[in-house]
Design a protein around this ligand. Structure first.
Ligand code: HEM
Length: 421
């Protein structure tokens, strides 16, 4: 078929496109790198519908399981379920990146303007035939779209929770769910969705993909606070311990930013031995190019190929940061283990176990040639450590003076002192 097709307000000459006008138009749009979804809202609406329907399942499960129970208990269960699902979504996001499926559907929110890869099968087939190991294949398109369906479902659950929280607060000023906090989670999911869109439309721009990962971890923090059990009294600890926990949370975010920078720049294989790298304790490193934030994947800011020494710098800095973060995790864990309060001792044990987990999974990435299981365990371990420290902060309150149950001083006596919030 030869002819002129209308695309986004322009007429385009399209030689030798297939007979079906619909397929032909989409292929032409793709060649022009114009996404039909930019002006067609149908795929977005369909995606939201799928998300809302999927979200009904966990919602119904909670409502049926806790029918007759207190409202507060139901909300808390729902918030915990949300935490679990969001954690899984962060892992599935890492799986999407690790299987190179991030551009499996190169437009957004739909897949070549369709709500599912089924509707886009002709375009995907054409792309896969042209480049069988390229970014677009049937498998990769499904992985990418499942990530989007799951994210939309979580968005639907959060929207429901926010509306319900405001509605409940009008009826009961002391309701268990904080409307302000539920609204903060709602704003978070919208911003995170925007970063998901930019990840695709800016073609895996490393700074955006790293921010998307950190955004996932920030969501875990917000939902952990939302899911806390408000009926339990806060445990009094020294202000020093609270400050140490806050510093730990900040360090974990910083280290995760460095880790995200490793993975989004594909710098994992720059060092394949441990503790040395390329046979040296200080291999050739290009920090300037490695840590230029605004640049395309694999390129310098000037558009040249990113030097290998830049990848080495990215990898090695994450490793150096890990020594510090792991040491801090162990010191905090040790301080918590000295408490008489079983809950705090439990947090101490969890933190020590997570430090060991991060070391083991990080090392497996390096020496076993980056198996997908090790990479996923590492992403999950960082998320679990962030949730653990956030939960510790929500369960405790700082208290100056002798009443604190745990002081952050080596050799300080620790005694229990639980106080209601
Ligand atoms: C508390 C300590 C650590 C934290 C919080 C942490 C966190 C992270 C995070 C969040 C990522 C990005 C994961 C993703 O994009 O899905 C990452 C990647 C990575 N980390 Fe760590 N890490 C820690 C320790 C270590 C250690 C000890 C090593 C090795 C000796 C290591 C080696 C790596 C490697 C090789 C990657 C790239 C993996 C990939 O591309 O998939 N990390 N880290």
């Amino acid at each position: 078929m030869h002819g002129a097709l209308r695309a986004g307000g322009f007429f385009v000459h399209a030689p030798s496109v297939p007979d079906s006008p619909a397929v032909a138009e989409r292929l032409v749009l793709r060649r022009m790198q114009v996404s039909p979804s930019l002006y067609d809202l149908t795929p977005a609406a369909q995606l939201m519908l799928v998300g809302a329907v999927v979200a009904l399942l966990p919602l119904a499960w909670i409502l049926v399981r806790h029918r007759g129970g207190a409202g507060g208990e139901r909300w808390q269960m729902l918030a915990r379920l949300l935490l679990f699902l969001t954690f899984d979504l962060v892992l599935f996001g890492a799986f999407t990146r690790l299987t190179d499926s991030g551009l499996g559907c190169p437009d957004w929110p739909g897949c070549y303007g369709n709500a599912s890869p089924l509707g886009a099968r002709h375009e995907i087939l054409a792309a896969e035939t042209a480049m069988p190991s390229g970014p677009v294949t049937h498998g990769k398109a499904w992985i990418e779209m499942i990530h989007r369906y799951a994210a939309t479902s979580i968005g639907a659950l959060i929207t429901f929770m926010m509306i319900a929280a405001w509605w409940q607060r009008r009826r009961d000023p002391h309701s268990a769910l904080s409307p302000a906090w539920a609204s903060a989670v709602f704003v978070w999911v919208c911003v995170q969705g925007a970063f998901g869109a930019l990840t695709v439309t800016l073609k895996l721009y490393p700074a955006i993909v790293t921010l998307h990962l950190l955004g996932g971890y920030l969501g875990l923090v917000l939902i952990t606070v939302l899911a806390r059990d408000r009926r339990q009294p806060a445990i009094a600890v020294s202000t020093g311990l609270r400050s140490a926990a806050w510093a730990m949370l900040a360090l974990l975010f910083l280290q995760s930013a460095l880790g995200g920078w490793v993975s989004t720049n594909y710098a994992v294989l720059a060092c394949s031995e441990f503790p040395r790298c390329q046979g040296s304790w200080w291999p050739p490193m290009d920090f300037r190019h490695g840590f230029t934030v605004l640049r395309d994947l694999g390129a310098t800011a000037a558009g040249d190929l990113l030097p290998f020494a830049a990848l080495t710098a990215i990898h090695y800095v994450h490793r150096l940061g890990a020594y510090l973060v792991l040491a801090c995790m162990l010191v905090l864990a040790w301080a918590l283990r000295r408490s008489d309060e079983p809950t705090l001792r439990g947090y101490g044990l969890a933190l020590a176990a997570l430090a060991a987990w991060q070391l083991a999974s990080g090392l497996s990435n390096v020496v076993l040639g980056w198996p997908i299981l090790a990479a996923l365990s590492h992403t999950g371990g960082a998320g679990a450590a962030i949730v653990c420290v956030t939960a510790l902060l929500t369960r405790t309150r700082g208290e100056r003076g002798a009443g604190a149950s745990v002081a952050f001083r080596p050799g300080a006596a620790a005694g229990p002192a639980a106080a209601p919030r």
